[in-house]
Design a protein around this ligand. Structure first.
Ligand code: CP
Length: 311
């Protein structure tokens, strides 16, 4: 297997080859062993400085990247737009160039604008990792999701995965579709017509509006949050009605013909897209996803850092 990624930055799963994804998984397998040892650290990136730039809220992704960087022994600086000079009118490029002049080698960025990570990668010398760009892509989430399916079911190839909920506003859905298809899985999306984008058929996924039928088809259900913060109009009458049609309950789960795995990228709205007893059930791999996120992000950072010219 080639030990180099085919890309210089990770701005989206769309740009990756299947070989890239398999290399990230193989590398993450090694890092998963590392983070389960008493000493959870390797000295690999002692000469690298990484800036985490978050222009949107985050809990999991931000902490996971920071832990991954620290476990690789990189120096880490954190930037949050809410408490920065962005509030005084500074542009993205000016903000980033000021940070880079402090000798930063890699930038992890979450931004509300689709394409922001790609825009940045074309204008700066540092490596860029997209930690979520608006409604576009969230590549490391899709990688950790597929890695968790591989861990739970042995492989991704041939598995049937349904992504349920607000597909229209979801960067997780788009990155998952690209990633799962590249690895040979079959993908279905399920939700109300108003939350399924019109271009979805061009992506080669199945569409099902009936939750029970979707669940009867799949091996894995990835339940998404309704992104009310990105919805400028009403896409369904009420959360209560959405939950009655598309919420996954223990009663539905237990009545299915086979035992499926349940995933969620977080944050969960318990009682809306998923009930508490489902989120905490033995079929749920939600906390395994979070655990795997650190190993997968260590792998992505490590492989991109290998492409940085050291002087
Ligand atoms: N899954 C995810 O991106 O969660 P955060 O928004 O908390 O980072």
């Amino acid at each position: 297997m080639n030990n180099n990624l085919s890309v210089e930055h990770l701005t989206g799963i769309k740009d990756l080859t299947r070989q890239d994804i398999e290399l990230i998984f193989k590398t993450a397998d090694n890092f998963k062993d590392v983070i389960n040892r008493p000493i959870k650290k390797v000295p690999s990136l002692r000469d690298i400085t990484i800036a985490n730039l978050f222009f949107e809220n985050s809990t999991r992704t931000r902490l996971s990247f920071e832990l991954a960087e620290k476990r690789l022994s990189a120096d880490v600086v954190n930037f949050s737009a809410a408490s920065s000079s962005v509030k005084k009118g500074e542009t993205l490029i000016d903000t980033v160039n000021n940070i880079l002049s402090m000798k930063v080698d890699m930038v992890v960025m979450r931004h509300p604008n689709p394409g922001a990570a790609k825009f940045l990668s074309e204008r700066i010398g540092a490596k860029v990792i997209n930690a979520g760009d608006g409604t576009h892509e969230h590549p490391t989430q899709a990688l950790l999701d597929a890695f968790s399916i591989r861990e739970a079911l042995g492989e991704v190839e041939g598995k049937k995965v349904v992504i349920v909920g607000d597909i229209l506003h979801s960067r997780v859905a788009l990155s998952n579709i690209y990633c799962l298809q590249k690895l040979g899985a079959e993908v279905m999306v399920c939700g109300p017509t108003t939350l399924i984008p019109k271009y979805i058929h061009e992506l080669g996924v199945k569409v099902e509006h009936n939750l029970r039928k979707a669940l009867e088809w799949c091996d894995v259900a990835n339940m998404l949050r309704i992104q009310l913060e990105r919805q400028d109009i009403k896409y369904f009458p009420s959360l209560r009605e959405y939950s009655m049609q598309y919420g996954l309950t223990k009663e539905i789960l237990d009545s299915l013909p086979k035992e499926i795995k349940v995933m969620h990228p977080g944050p969960i709205n318990r009682g809306v897209e998923i009930t508490s007893d489902v989120a905490d059930s033995k079929q749920s791999i939600i906390l395994q996803q979070v655990e795997n996120g650190v190993a997968v992000r260590m792998a992505v950072i490590y492989l991109l850092a290998a492409k940085i010219e050291r002087h």
